[in-house]
Design a protein around this ligand. Structure first.
Ligand SMILES: Cc1cc2nc3c(=O)[nH]c(=O)nc-3n(C[C@H](O)[C@H](O)[C@H](O)COP(=O)(O)OP(=O)(O)OC[C@H]3O[C@@H](n4cnc5c(N)ncnc54)[C@H](O)[C@@H]3O)c2cc1C
Length: 317
């Protein structure tokens, strides 16, 4: 791999400059700490930088992949061709970017795609707006949460979503999808169902929240975050590997199959929560996929149920 300085490049886009990283390991941008290199990578924490990066990709005819917190991804060892844009920001920087508007007793909130989900859960609770307390403690940002219809503790972002603002990479224009067009269901949306490279970039989301007591909402948010710390493993992982099959839990089936602690190479089924795989340090995507398939096979043999990945597997082998 070239040295850091050689991997940093400044390119010109019209009259602007853009910092691009070349052959950048994606393991640095995923919570699994796994993933081969992106040909090119831009970190964008605001819309002007995103627009510049998209313009550069068009100029260079590069396919574009946008990621957020990288917390629902398994990037294969061959990495991702073209330009990867890491579109995320620190919550504190976004206070001014959140817009509020009254709506018939409720409040419409416009959230940037870059906003960290956990921060949104805490901040809306502080503001006395109910509907996103479940998000406290969840990794990732609003963009990724919209794509995956992230949720926990009985709530999901799709429950409060009014519409999403998208950029269409084919027609090169901004458009809006209503909640109906997005069709959020259990860890799935019409955006997630699209083939790669994906056509749409999430720019923001409008959610409809109802008034609540800030002290009570904050207490719930804190309890949710604490529950997570107590019940989920810490360390490099990508959250639940599989979706829950109807009427049962993936973690329960994996545990019943005797696979808690089962390990291939440097990746292991968590002892604390069997639906989490832990990277024990420098695991490869090939090892993660081998473990995923071994678990799938064992559960299918014992219970006749084929577990479906919740994490998205992307990139080249
Ligand atoms: C410890 C842990 C616990 C977790 N617990 C939960 C849980 O309880 N419930 C739950 O639902 N999830 C959970 N997750 C998974 C994950 O945190 C969520 O799904 C999260 O919303 C993903 O957001 P992200 O920004 O990390 O998305 P990423 O992983 O970066 O991306 C996910 C998908 O969205 C796309 N994407 C991201 N941003 C954009 C954008 N702006 N425009 C277009 N496409 C975009 C990516 O290309 C990818 O297809 C957990 C993960 C971890 C590590």
């Amino acid at each position: 791999m070239p040295a850091r300085a050689e991997r940093d490049r400044t390119v010109r886009v019209g009259s602007h400059e853009l910092r691009v990283r070349v052959q950048e390991p994606l393991a640095r941008y995923t919570t699994f700490r796994i993933g081969g290199p992106a040909d090119y990578l831009v970190r964008a924490s605001d819309r002007p930088t995103l627009e510049l990066a998209l313009e550069w990709a068009e100029q260079e005819r590069l396919p574009v992949t946008v990621i957020g917190g990288g917390s629902n991804l398994l990037v294969r060892d061959g990495g991702i061709r073209g330009l990867v844009i890491v579109f995320r920001a620190a919550g504190e920087a976004l206070d001014g970017a959140i817009q509020l508007a009254a709506d018939d007793g409720a409040t419409m909130l416009t959230l940037p795609a870059t906003a960290p989900l956990s921060w949104v859960g805490h901040r809306t609770s502080e503001l006395g707006l109910a509907g996103l307390e479940w998000a406290a403690g969840l990794p990732g940002v609003v963009g990724g949460a919209v794509v995956n219809n992230a949720g926990a503790h009985g709530g999901a972002i799709g429950d409060v979503l009014a519409d999403v603002e998208l950029y269409d990479l084919v027609d090169r224009r901004v458009l809006h999808w209503t909640r109906d067009a997005l069709a959020p269901r259990y860890r799935m949306t019409e955006l997630k169902a699209q083939p790669r490279p994906r056509r749409y970039v999430v720019l923001g989301a409008r959610v409809r929240l109802v008034p609540g007591d800030p002290a009570r909402l904050l207490r719930t948010a804190e309890e949710n975050a604490r529950w997570r710390r107590q019940h989920q493993p810490t360390g490099p992982c990508a959250g639940s590997v599989f979706t829950n099959p109807p009427g049962t839990y993936a973690g329960y089936l994996i545990e019943q199959a005797g696979l808690k602690g089962f390990q291939i190479g440097r990746i292991r089924v968590s002892e604390r929560h069997a639906n989490f795989f832990l990277n024990l340090g420098s695991a490869t995507a090939a090892e993660a996929l081998a473990l995923l398939e071994a678990v799938q096979r064992a559960v299918a043999e014992q219970f006749g149920i084929v577990l479906q990945p919740e994490i998205e597997i992307v990139g080249e082998p």
